[in-house]
Design a protein around this ligand. Structure first.
Ligand SMILES: NC(=O)c1ccc[n+]([C@@H]2O[C@H](COP(=O)([O-])OP(=O)(O)OC[C@H]3O[C@@H](n4cnc5c(N)ncnc54)[C@H](OP(=O)(O)O)[C@@H]3O)[C@@H](O)[C@H]2O)c1
Length: 262
């Protein structure tokens, strides 16, 4: 929802009515009244391609400026393929992408946002955890997941808030191991559960219509060769379905959700 056009977005592209769109947006509570039931169909019928603010219906036509952290990874590629077709992506990696950072270092996260400026959404598909049997894993091994996958994503969510336009979104990544345990996955299970708790807790306090969700992918088909032996009997999920879950978070209206892909 890049807001470089009018305050509530650029004019609709395909024959939509800017006047209708603007009226609707300037009366954020209108959609709770009877009057609204006529305005919403009008807006949608007009085919308006919108870049709207927090209270507005936003069909997925509005071009957003999105940061994808981990964009070149297995999950990140699924996200980029889905969202890159219709939005402007800033691809971030540890060593790859348009910008590099280590999410375990909050100073680098601040530097990232200082460089990108305001955006419409942030997606994180990065972060490490240590896999080891319960009777072998030691305290320092847990700290890998805590510092990287958990606090890295939490810090992105916290710092991002000041750089998100009204109605912008934050999407984090947990994983199936938080729900369905596997051998050697205790640290991943802990971190994934904590991420999902953080998202539920943060969602009810975010200001300005900001939203936050977490996607919990199953084992991706592309990861079966490398990780399949850790997941006996699990059915792998397609990159397409994983990408769609992120699209639901970024382009949809919900907050505080855990989108599982199984
Ligand atoms: N693959 C799966 O089946 C699966 C399933 C469920 C959950 N997940 C979760 O999804 C996340 C991504 O997994 P993946 O399989 O896509 O990993 P991946 O293929 O190894 O890709 C990781 C991406 O994140 C970047 N990255 C790694 N460490 C980083 C750091 N400290 N700071 C910033 N960026 C960093 C990498 O940058 P470079 O491109 O520069 O290397 C890469 O782009 C992980 O948290 C994983 O637990 C994965």
């Amino acid at each position: 929802m890049s807001q470089q056009g009018s305050r509530f977005g650029e004019p609709p592209v395909k024959g939509g009515s800017l006047r209708r769109q603007t009226i609707y947006c300037l009366k954020p509570r209108l959609h709770r009244s009877d009057e609204d039931s006529t305005l919403v169909p009008n807006l949608l019928h007009a085919g308006a391609t919108t870049q709207l603010g927090r209270f507005c219906v936003s069909p997925t036509g509005g071009k957003m400026k999105l940061i994808i952290i981990g964009a070149n990874g297995t999950v990140g590629s699924a996200i980029s393929n889905e969202l890159g077709a219709r939005h402007e992506l800033i691809r971030v990696g540890k060593a790859s992408g348009d910008i590099q950072l280590d999410i375990s270092d909050s100073a680098q996260i601040r530097a990232l946002f200082a460089r990108t400026g305001k955006v419409d959404g942030v997606v994180v598909a990065a972060g490490s955890v240590h896999f080891a049997p319960l009777n072998e894993i030691e305290e320092q091994h847990f700290h890998i997941g805590l510092n990287s996958k958990l606090m890295g994503q939490v810090n992105v969510a916290q710092i991002a808030q000041a750089y998100l336009h009204d109605g912008g979104s934050i999407t984090l990544t947990s994983g199936i191991v938080g729900e369905v345990p596997i051998r050697s996955g205790v640290s991943a299970a802990m971190v994934n559960g904590a991420l999902e708790g953080f998202v539920r807790g943060a969602a009810i306090e975010l200001p300005r219509g900001l939203r936050i969700n977490v996607v919990s992918p199953g084992l991706l088909e592309a990861s079966v060769a490398a990780l399949g032996s850790f997941f006996p009997g699990f059915e792998a999920v397609s990159a397409k379905r994983v990408g769609l879950a992120y699209a639901k978070s970024v382009e949809g209206a919900q907050t505080g959700q855990v989108y599982t892909v199984r």
